[in-house]
Design a protein around this ligand. Structure first.
Ligand code: PGA
Length: 251
């Protein structure tokens, strides 16, 4: 990469993993990362909340950090089933994904809620990975850039900075489908997102990840793009060798 933004490779395990396979995956990843000299990127894995306290110690001492997949806007209280950003930080997390399209679709989360979650994450000392991305119908209608601009305007909290915020561009139609936009389309969208960043954010320092069917076979092409600063990886993050290879593609 020709710019100073250090790549970030984030693994989103989604609702996958029991203690046995989750621990095995974390240990294998930590061993690979520990054996490599000078990792070319930052790493974070985001297991289900049930595994954080098991996976965290397995990663300790390795360059791979821990993240959550979602957080509540409040620090504590009567919110059955939710996890707060402070709890994630207490469990060893450094990052949390907010506004993933599966949360937006499955739980009706809108931009204002996503911004409140990101603000809660930042207040707890976490880096918020804020997800945006258009549906296939929106892209077909020529509205992808407008939709993402609206999501960026609504989902980044006031006071966000490039230090505590990462944006992940994940076209909904590319998630888990094996389809990706063309490299030209990805670069155009990432440049667009950078140009839409609120004035309070140093856009040149803001890391913008691409997500949606990132695999070892397409990672180098995507990660070489000027405004792509890493990847948010779902399915391939469950296969240690594949996740590792995606990080190596940032070299
Ligand atoms: P995928 O998921 O890599 O399986 O497409 C990406 C994501 O949803 O973060």
């Amino acid at each position: 990469m020709e710019h100073a933004r250090r790549p970030l490779i984030a693994g989103n395990w989604k609702m996958n993993g029991l203690r046995a396979d989750g621990l095995e995956r974390a240990r294998a990843l930590a061993a690979l990362a520990g054996a490599a000299d000078a990792p070319p990127c930052d790493w974070v894995v985001c297991p289900p909340a049930s595994l954080l306290l098991a996976v965290g110690p397995a990663l300790a001492g390795s360059p791979v950090t821990l993240g959550g997949q979602d957080c509540h806007t409040a620090a504590s209280g009567a919110h059955t089933g939710d996890v707060s950003a402070a709890m994630l930080a207490d469990a060893g997390c450094r990052y949390v994904i907010v506004g993933h399209s599966e949360r937006r679709a499955d739980h009706g989360e809108g931009d204002a809620l996503v911004a409140a979650k990101a603000a809660a994450a930042q207040a707890a000392g976490l880096v918020a990975i804020v997800c945006v991305g258009e549906t296939e119908a929106e892209r077909d209608a020529g509205r992808a850039h407008a939709v993402v601009a609206r999501q960026i305007a609504g989902s980044l909290p006031a006071g966000a900075s490039a230090l505590d915020t990462v944006v992940a561009y994940e076209p909904v139609w590319a998630i888990g489908t094996g389809r990706t936009p063309t490299p030209d389309d990805v670069q155009a969208m990432h440049a667009h997102i950078r140009s839409c960043a609120p004035p309070a954010i140093d856009a040149s320092a803001l890391r913008i990840l691409y997500g949606g069917s990132v695999k070892p076979g397409n990672a180098a092409t995507l990660l070489r793009l000027a405004d792509v600063d890493g990847a948010l990886v779902g399915g391939a993050s469950l296969v240690v060798e594949d996740f590792w290879a995606i990080g190596e593609a940032t070299r």
